[in-house]
Design a protein around this ligand. Structure first.
Ligand code: NAD
Ligand code: MG
Length: 301
């Protein structure tokens, strides 16, 4: 085990385990790059250890270049899975970093850049992922768009449309296509948010999609268990990812990001990874239709 992995698993005060606010202001254009963040997020590159829980599985992860998706992709590879990464073309430098980590594990990594607001691309994405991996056992719908706007009047139809397309339509298109490849025992995991339960006033369009993701997950779980496929969601609280400084939050909120939750700091992407691994693995054989929250103690209400 690496020193970083030993340190991550050592019993310690979770409030002090990772960086705490204040953070420097650090504006980036959307979608933002993890490699430009200060401090650098921990996606488990050095700190996540696997235990063979996903040996031989084939996983497609959207938004896998950075943040929570990158942490899930790295953890899946460390647990023995081959992984296809979906991300936007301009995020190539982040995706390359993930590819290196996955290939260092001796696992297959399929790079699939492209814009998931386009239905045709979503269908291609699934076909190429299944072809490159030799099937599909795990789907993580994690890509997301979040743009803070103080007033409803500031949300243009273009922003509203792109948020709906990225967070809801793409999940629908990709899931529908992926199910055609998925055997009994397969697992679908959608990234929701605390915003789906307890929306902030500056995130009207985004929070609407996150509530939709929760409903989609719960309905689809009831339907797809008839095929032996489990469907769950993860609802993160504040996590230190490129989504936030690239327009997800106003810069003054980035500086104190995570201060409002009982832990007093944002979560690091690697702190979400074990949840995705659990839900993807057979260890969660009795878990479907659930929304698993990781909120730094704030809860979902
Ligand atoms: P992130 O910016 O690192 O990841 C989001 C990813 O979405 C991007 O890397 C990008 O590849 C992908 N994406 C966006 N638009 C796309 C498009 N049109 N086509 C293809 N890919 C596209 O940030 P993150 O915080 O890790 O976000 C991952 C998920 O977690 C999102 O669904 C987000 O809503 C959710 N979430 C994040 C937080 C948080 O505080 N960071 C909290 C709750 C939920
Ligand atoms: Mg990214």
């Amino acid at each position: 085990m690496t020193d970083a992995a030993v340190d991550r698993l050592r019993m310690q005060d979770p409030r002090k385990q990772y960086p705490q606010p204040p953070f420097p202001k650090q504006p980036q254009g959307a979608p933002g790059l993890a490699r430009e963040m200060d401090p650098k997020p921990d996606h488990g590159e050095a700190s996540y250890t696997g235990y063979g829980r996903l040996k031989g599985r084939k996983a497609l992860v959207t938004g896998a270049d950075s943040g929570i998706g990158r942490a899930a992709a790295i953890a899946f590879a460390r647990e023995g899975a081959d992984v296809a990464l979906s991300y936007l073309a301009e995020e190539g430098p982040d995706a390359e970093e993930v590819r290196k980590v996955i290939e260092a594990e001796g696992r297959i990594c399929v790079l699939l850049p492209g814009d998931i607001t386009d239905e045709t691309f979503c269908l291609e994405l699934v076909t190429k992922a299944a072809a490159g991996l030799g099937g599909l056992d795990i789907l993580v719908n994690n890509a997301g768009k979040q743009t803070n706007q103080a007033d409803l009047d500031d949300i243009t139809s273009e922003q509203f449309d792109r948020t709906m397309k990225t967070n809801l339509y793409a999940m629908f298109w990709i899931t529908k296509a992926a199910l055609k490849h998925m055997p009994a025992g397969a697992s679908i995991i959608n990234t929701a948010s605390v915003q789906g339960f307890s929306p902030s006033k500056g995130l009207v369009d985004y929070a609407t999609t996150k509530a939709g993701i929760i409903a989609f997950t719960e309905a689809l779980a009831k339907q797809q268990i008839e095929n032996g496929i489990r469907v769950n969601a993860v609802a993160p609280g504040p996590f230190w990812t490129a989504l936030q400084p690239s327009g997800g939050q106003p810069q003054e909120k980035v500086a104190k990001f995570g201060a409002e939750v009982p832990l007093g700091r944002p979560g690091q992407p690697v702190e979400c990874a074990p949840i995705y691994v659990f839900l993807a693995s057979q260890e969660a054989s009795y878990v479907t239709g659930e929304v698993y929250a990781a909120t730094g103690g704030k809860g979902t209400t």
